[in-house]
Design a protein around this ligand. Structure first.
Ligand code: FPP
Length: 247
């Protein structure tokens, strides 16, 4: 039995991953950056499969940030090409496996082909009950908070919401992750240790796990390490260690 299976009782309900290091992976092999992204897309498939197998109900992958538009045009179009390939190849399996696809971020800002394919994939997988796969695309945590604030303000202005009714829950209900639990575990690969504008509200109490492994090399084995580490942590949510451990 693997370590992760042994600690099944303490599996996170939601894992969020900042997939980093595709470029360095390619560079180390003398390959173009796009080859790193292609290998990264294979790692996405492997990690989705493993999370589904382990019974992790929510997985969020940071696939394209609002800042990634600053990359060279060729790299952006390669990334969006890989997204179309991924959707084309995986949607049927996702339906079969009960995986629901959701997008976090500003879908309307994506190119038409990707927007259409994502809408189609979300419709086809909408009944998936076993796992939700969130792809963060054209996503920025601050922009998401601004959109939620605007939604609340519009409701107040229309008279449908009292300012006192703006609670943490009311705000969370207007985020792209509405209805989903906050990430229990946030993983970032490639040795970088920062949030990069990812799920700023939702990660308030997430456990953070960093690995030097580059994203294309991340798979079931490295995920098991993260899960084992997570299983051994005492989550306190502001309580004392004794209270948190139920002593
Ligand atoms: C960061 O590596 C990775 C990205 C900006 C994109 C993530 C995309 C994928 C994993 C592939 C496509 C995704 C799907 C869902 C099919 P980096 O390029 O910043 O690496 P570096 O820091 O080493 O340069």
């Amino acid at each position: 039995m693997s370590g992760a299976q042994e600690s099944a009782a303490k599996l996170p309900a939601h894992i969020a991953i900042i997939m980093d290091g595709n470029g360095r992976w390619a560079q180390a092999r003398g390959l173009p950056r796009t080859a790193g992204h292609r290998a990264g897309a294979d790692a996405v498939r492997a990690v989705v499969r493993e999370c589904r197998r382990l019974g992790i109900p929510h997985l969020t992958l940071y696939a394209f940030s609002s800042e990634n538009w600053n990359r060279p045009k060729t790299e952006i179009s390669a990334l969006f090409g890989l997204l179309l390939e991924f959707l084309g190849a995986e949607v049927a399996t996702m339906v079969e496996q009960g995986i629901r696809l959701q997008v976090l971020g500003d879908l309307d800002g994506l190119p038409l082909a990707q927007r259409t394919a994502l809408r189609h994939a979300m419709n086809r997988t909408a009944d998936g009950k076993d796992m939700t796969l969130n792809l963060a695309l054209n996503y920025g945590g601050r922009a998401e908070l601004v959109r939620a604030a605007r939604a609340l303000a519009a409701e107040v202005a229309a008279g449908g919401l009292a300012p006192e009714a703006i609670t943490e829950t009311a705000l969370a209900d207007r985020l792209d992750t509405a209805g989903q639990p906050d990430p229990d575990l946030l993983i970032r690969t490639s040795g970088e240790q920062r949030l990069s504008n990812f799920l700023l509200y939702q990660c308030a109490y997430s456990e953070l796990w960093f690995t030097p492994v580059l994203w294309p090399d991340f798979g079931a084995e490295e995920l098991a390490k993260a899960l084992n580490d997570y299983a051994g942590r005492s989550r306190r949510f502001g309580k004392t260690r004794e209270q948190a451990d139920g002593c």
